[in-house]
Each structure stands twice: as C-alpha cells, then as structure tokens.
Write a protein that binds this ligand. Structure first.
Ligand code: C5P
Length: 220
C-alpha cells in the first residue's frame, strides 16, 4: 500500500474540479491526476481509429495500451499534443460513453493508482473517493448548479474562440450528468464520507482555499 496522502475531488461535469484540484496540488506541492482525461483519451483514440464506442473488448485493449504522457498542463499521446483536441464536446460525449463500460474502467484502474506517490496526490474525477482511492485522507464532492456550470463552460469555450450556445451546452451537461449518475459501474454520486462543496457562488480560488483549510485541519 502506498502511504502518500490522497485528496479525492469528485463531482459533475464543469463543476470546476480541474482548476480547483490543480490549485490545491500546487499549494501543497502534490502530484495531480486528471482522471477524466484518461477516459477522454480512450474515446479520442477510438474515434481516430474507427473503433466503435460500444466495442468493450477493443476499448479495453486501447485503454490498457494508452501511451500517454502528462507534462504539466499538456497531454501527449504517442508524443503528439492532444491537450485541446480532447476538450471538444464530441470527445466529452464519447468519454462519457466509454466510461460506462466495466472493461474500460478496470483497464484504467491500476494506471490511476500509480499516480499516488510521495509527497501526495490530488486526484479529480467521478469515482476517485469511491473506487480508485477509497482510503483517501480527504474526499470532496464539488458541485455547482447546472446553469452555473453551463455558463462556466460557455465562457471557457468563448475564450478559446470555439462557437457554442448556452442552451445546447446546458442540455449536453444534463445528458452527461444523467448518464454518469445512472451507469451501473462507479456511478457519479457523493460518497457518504465525502464533504460537499457547492461552488455556485464561489470562485475556484475560494474553493481551493476551503479544501486546503480542511486538509490542514485534518486530525491524522
Ligand atoms: O471530467 P471530464 O469531464 O473530463 O470527464 C469526461 C468523462 O469521463 C465524464 O463525463 C465521465 O463520464 C468520465 N469519467 C469517469 N470517471 C472519472 C472521470 C471521468 O467516468 N473518474
């Protein structure tokens, strides 16, 4: 068993998990795992190679063999930069589909656990506290209203010059949340031992500060 402390941050799409988790990791000097990126990479590779998003066996093989490198904020697959490409709404929808397949989740499990190295890890996703790191020292369920999350995603896309409309983003988010919550394996839900943090009226910095205060106040 690895003794590095893990902070697990789970929550629905566009709740700000990525930004908040990175801030917390930077403040503590911890490693950072963006587990959603792994599911996005599986979907991205499948779309590129023409593998069907229902073909569990093939997708499991793809997931087990992903040649991925996280370099700071950059994500490379077989040395090719795919950081922006995997943020697209097509890849996001594909990720949510492949993530419902047990064969894909199992293939990614050990890979995720290997990120827990000293001095510690901040891991964000949907099942960090429930499945991947059940022994995490601090579990957070980060939420925000669907409207606020759609607005945040809209602003992000606009900043990058990507066209999108608010109603369609809201609809996409709702569909993805419903699929993530309804799947039979590792569904999105708050663990009984997770602390809920609603960031609807909070900045990412404020949310990170709250988590850091919780972490520092832990009774070890
Ligand atoms: O967090 P992000 O939006 O990048 O995740 C993309 C998709 O990957 C999610 O919609 C979800 O279906 C899936 N996912 C998951 N388990 C995780 C992280 C992401 O099922 N730990």
């Amino acid at each position: 068993m690895n003794s590095a402390p893990v902070i697990a941050i789970d929550g629905p799409s566009a709740s700000g998990k990525g930004t908040v988790a990175q801030e917390v990791a930077a403040a503590l000097g911890f490693h950072y795992l963006n587990s959603g990126a792994l599911y996005r990479l599986v979907a991205h590779s499948a779309l590129r190679r023409g593998v069907s998003l229902d073909d569990e066996a093939q997708l499991g093989v793809l997931a087990a063999g992903l040649d991925v490198d996280f370099r700071g904020e950059e994500i490379l697959i077989q040395n090719e930069q795919v950081t922006d490409e995997i943020r697209s709404e097509d890849v996001a929808a594909g990720a949510s589909r492949v993530a419902s397949l047990p064969g894909v989740r199992t293939a990614l499990l050990e890979r995720q656990r290997r990120f827990a190295r000293p001095p510690g890890l901040v891991a964000e996703g949907r099942d960090m506290g429930s499945v991947v790191f059940p022994g995490a020292v601090l579990k957070i369920f980060l939420t925000a209203s669907a409207e606020e999350r759609a607005l945040r995603r809209y602003k992000q896309l606009k900043q990058k010059g990507i066209a999108a409309t608010l109603p369609s983003l809201l609809e996409d988010l709702r569909q993805r949340d419903a699929r993530d919550a309804a799947r039979s394996v590792a569904p999105l839900k708050q663990c009984p031992d997770a602390r809920q943090l609603d960031t609807t009226a909070m900045s990412a910095k404020q949310a990170a500060e709250r988590i850091l205060a919780w972490y520092r106040g832990l009774d070890w």
